[in-house]
Design a protein around this ligand. Structure first.
Ligand code: SF4
Length: 376
């Protein structure tokens, strides 16, 4: 069997999440969950399965201490369901405390290195991406949005870090890559650790919500936080990991690069509905067999969409699951029901997002001014 890989830039193939605990030391969320007062939808539904030092964040919440929530987006296209998951987690952590500040990075250097996108193209997409996260519920009053290429502190940190990483270290974590990707990894570590610089209030817990395939960046960030502890007093960043959305075409991971595997939040609702209707399922070969044996929601990317995104109530997600397994739910009807939910969601999101475009431009502008003022 092909071995699962954790490739932050690729079509990461994760079939065995258990292995990530054993091989990479990702802690189980299950053991922390009973202590979390208000678990997120992803936590309750076991979509978030692992973490690194997440207890530190809930301790900051309980003690009313400042903490940061850090993540970003590569501006290579509109929000898709994977970016929505990370955004949902960021908004959740921001909602836990008035002392939480979100740092949202527009990874335009990575888009340049990985996708060959010009900074001008990235800039345009960035406005739409910021409008998306605002439409999902981010509070702009406690958010700092910046472009990697413009943030001199991130560049400075990555240059400093480059003096203590060797080619062999990077090869061991990321495999053999072009220098540009190694460099963008170091820049991402700069992003993750920047909120702890003195000008942002100094060392503090930082949580990075990510897909499991991004763990290589988290490991490197934690290693470097320890390496530079004396100079910067960094607290090793915390992370919470979510499972990856399986592709609707039956591929192991949704990808913007694979048509039919996903849809963006800004696709025409009718087009997204069609993608749902042609999705791979965990259904049986015939209706008779499905009635007799039930479907397999655990193997079904259509069920993933209910669970991860569109069944807002826990009871509803459970009902879909139970009806699938007891053979009373047929795949055609199940997809139709989901397609209707998706269409409605996309219509509503489109309206919210359009109403946020000006605010997005404003947030990018004010953040830029704020960051420039801190730098001078
Ligand atoms: S009934 Fe629904 S959840 Fe079950 S396998 Fe079919 S599409 Fe998937």
């Amino acid at each position: 069997m092909e071995k699962d890989t954790l490739d932050p830039w690729g079509e990461g193939h994760i079939t065995n999440y258990e292995r990530l605990h054993q091989e990479f030391g990702i802690e189980r969320l299950d053991s922390l969950l009973p202590t979390i007062k208000k678990p997120s939808l992803h936590m309750r539904r076991k979509i978030d399965f692992g973490h690194r030092d997440l207890g530190r964040i809930f301790e900051a919440v309980d003690k009313d201490k400042p903490f940061a929530v850090m993540s970003g987006i590569k501006p290579s296209g509109d929000f898709h369901l994977g970016t929505k998951m990370t955004a949902d987690d960021m908004i959740y952590f921001q909602s836990l405390s008035k002392r939480a500040t979100v740092y949202y990075c527009i990874a335009d250097v990575e888009a340049y290195n990985d996708n060959g996108l010009s900074f001008a193209e990235s800039s345009k997409t960035a406005v739409r991406n910021v409008a998306d996260i605002l439409a999902l519920g981010l509070d702009p009053e406690r958010a700092v949005v910046y472009k990697q290429s413009e943030e001199v502190r991130v560049m400075r940190l990555s240059t400093i870090f480059s003096s203590s990483v060797t080619n062999n270290m990077l090869k061991a974590i990321y495999g053999e890559r072009q220098i540009g990707l190694y460099l963008s990894a170091l820049i991402q570590i700069g992003d993750i650790l920047m909120p702890q610089l003195a000008e942002f209030g100094g060392p503090k817990p930082v949580v990075v919500p990510v897909g499991a395939d991004q763990d290589p960046h988290i490991r490197l960030a934690r290693d470097l936080a320890n390496t530079y502890k004396e100079d910067f007093r960094f607290v090793p960043p915390s992370a919470v990991f979510h499972r990856l959305n399986r592709g609707l075409d039956g591929s192991p991971k949704m990808s913007k690069r694979t048509p039919g595997s996903s849809f963006s939040l800004n696709d025409q609702p009718a087009v997204a509905g069609k993608t749902v209707m042609s999705a791979f399922t965990g259904g049986r070969a015939s209706i008779e067999e499905q009635r007799k044996l039930g479907g397999e929601a655990d193997k079904c990317p259509v069920y993933d969409l209910y669970l991860f995104h569109f069944a807002v109530e826990d009871d509803y997600a459970k009902r879909v699951y139970d009806e699938c397994y007891d053979g009373t739910r047929m795949c055609g009807d199940c997809k139709k029901e989901l397609a209707a939910l998706v269409k409605k969601y996309l219509e509503d999101h489109r309206k919210r997002r359009e109403s946020m475009m000006k605010d997005a431009e404003e947030l990018l502008k004010t953040s830029r001014k704020r960051l420039a003022a801190i730098a001078s």
